[in-house]
Design a binder for this molecule. Sequence first.
Ligand code: ADP
Ligand code: MG
Length: 357
Amino acid sequence: MSFKPISDIGEFGLIDRIAAIAAPTLDAAPGLIEGIGDDCAVYELSKSVLQLATTDLLLEHVHFDLLTTPLHHLGSKAISVNVSDICAMNAKPRYALVSIALPSKASIEFVETVYRGMSETARLYNTALAGGDTSASSAGVAISVMVAGEVEKKKISYRKGAQPGDLVCVTGSLGGAVAGLRVLMREKNIMLEHIKHGEPYDNDVMSNLSEYDEAIRRQLLPSARMDIIDFFHKQNIVPTSMIDISDGLASDLAHICKCSGVGAYIEESRIPIHSQTRHIADEFQEDAVNYALTGGEDYQLLFTLKTEQFAAIASHPDITVIGKITPEKESMLLCDIYGMNVDMKTIGGFDHFNHKK
Ligand code: ADP
Ligand code: MG
């Protein structure tokens, strides 16, 4: 028997294989509406209420680096990235279960600081830290969070549901998280060089980097857009489809298009990019739009809306229309600033298994 490395098929290919093996179990839960494939699993709690569940794993050396990550921020991010998946379905979080694996040399203060970050952030989202699991680890710190949420059946938004003619909208601005990561990794290398040569290094990383503070904040301390969900519920807006941007605009829009069986037409000039991000991309001689398309971890919401609902979002200062949904045969096109159409399917997101950008 020959073994194929995971890198041959990447993360999404691997999830497809797992989904095929899990499929026969789905009958075991008759109320299960959505299994693998959307931002959350969805379960019918009653005739009118749905329950949602999502989980995300943060691993030291893969998702975070303790040299550049304040512990309080780490705890906060672990909660926010999960709540973001609940938001992506137009739902509200209720409680979280947190599992943590720690090397035995980790201090009590370390754990308490991480949990204070989690607790303060969970309270912002009206979410209870209601349990979890603790284990020793022989290879760094691992934090796995599961969040359960709820939504009225008539308000839920899936990744499927976008139709030709719908507007494509995005919240906030994109690219900041990867821009912040670039700066942090550069600083880490400078720090290591100093240590290697026995030179003094000003340990206060954050004050060295104050001109990049907003981008770094987006990397270390992202927020879930619960404020947008509150706005949607107040205005009776139900997006025809929605996803949170964890992998990059190109990759996450591709999920909406694939699940909905549609194409999309996006105008590059409309993609909101933070000004600090442009400045950082220039420093690294990279393209800020590419950060937005492939960087990921921005945790903004990408959604589609019936054109009739445009008036309801038009006055919101933090929602931008970036394009429209088209028939599937028209593919996913990006109209660049010169008016040339680029096929967005050729733009890949970050994949931890093959490190392709
Ligand atoms: P997100 O970026 O929104 O967190 P992912 O890309 O991690 O979503 O996952 C996509 C879908 O695949 C989700 O429905 C998730 O529950 C499912 N999934 C991911 N990894 C696994 C796994 N190891 N086993 C079962 N389902 C998985
Ligand atoms: Mg998601």
